[in-house]
Write a protein that binds this ligand. Structure first.
Ligand code: ADP
Ligand code: MG
Length: 198
């Protein structure tokens, strides 16, 4: 990963999240407290502002620093969880990124531990876990296939009843809505893949 590519990766992910602020807000208004768009925008505006200096660092350090930035700026339940994801990814990833499947798997496990949560509870993990599994399975054209995998996984949260996070307070009324964190995870995966594929 060259500094230039890493910078493009950070910028593409950050700008994608910021562009979708209103959509994420609307999703969180339906089954949460309506702050997911603003939370994520705040965090990724901060990452966007630091993209150049972050990308001058080795890949693992850059990811760890971006994760710390998210912990400090996003807030809500999702800030510490996305922060944990990136910080653990940075901690586990080899400088050349060659062990991405194992490092991503460790990062998803750290999110589960932090959130005391598992896939099937209508959260970001319902996207992150299938992405982890697809990375582990590997195969050709992964970066081209992952966005669709993440999108379908996010869509699959619609019929779920939330049993973690704020949406769980709604009980059965959480059914029939897309989980905001699942949607933001799918957006992040797709944005990263656009840069890694090109
Ligand atoms: P808050 O719920 O504190 O308002 P956000 O609105 O920013 O925080 O984020 C909500 C999203 O965070 C949810 O849609 C869900 O995907 C994710 N989330 C919440 N709690 C957990 C948890 N315990 N484990 C995994 N993800 C969670
Ligand atoms: Mg919220």
């Amino acid at each position: 990963m060259t500094p230039d590519r890493l910078q493009r990766l950070l910028v593409e992910v950050a700008e994608t999240v910021v562009r979708h602020e209103q959509e994420l807000t609307a999703l969180d208004q339906a089954i949460g407290d309506g702050d997911h768009g603003l939370n994520m925008k705040r965090g990724f505006v901060a990452v966007r502002a630091k993209a150049e200096s972050l990308s001058a660092q080795p890949l693992p350090d850059a990811l760890r620093a971006a994760g710390m930035e998210l912990v400090m700026t996003v807030g809500g339940a999702s800030g510490p969880l996305y922060g944990t994801l990136l910080m653990t990814l940075g901690k586990e990833l080899a400088p050349d990124g060659s062990n991405l499947p194992a490092a991503f798997s460790a990062a998803v496990a750290a999110v589960m531990a932090r959130g005391k949560s598992q896939p099937g509870q209508k959260t970001m993990l319902d996207v992150l876990a299938p992405v982890r599994d697809a990375l582990a399975a590997g195969g050709p054209g992964l970066a081209a296939r992952l966005p669709e995998i993440a999108d379908s996984a996010a869509a699959a949260t619609v019929p779920m009843q939330a049993t973690r996070g704020r949406a769980s307070f709604l009980g059965e009324r959480s059914i029939g809505h897309l989980d905001p964190g699942a949607r933001s995870s799918a957006l992040i995966v797709a944005a990263a893949c656009r840069v890694l594929e090109g």
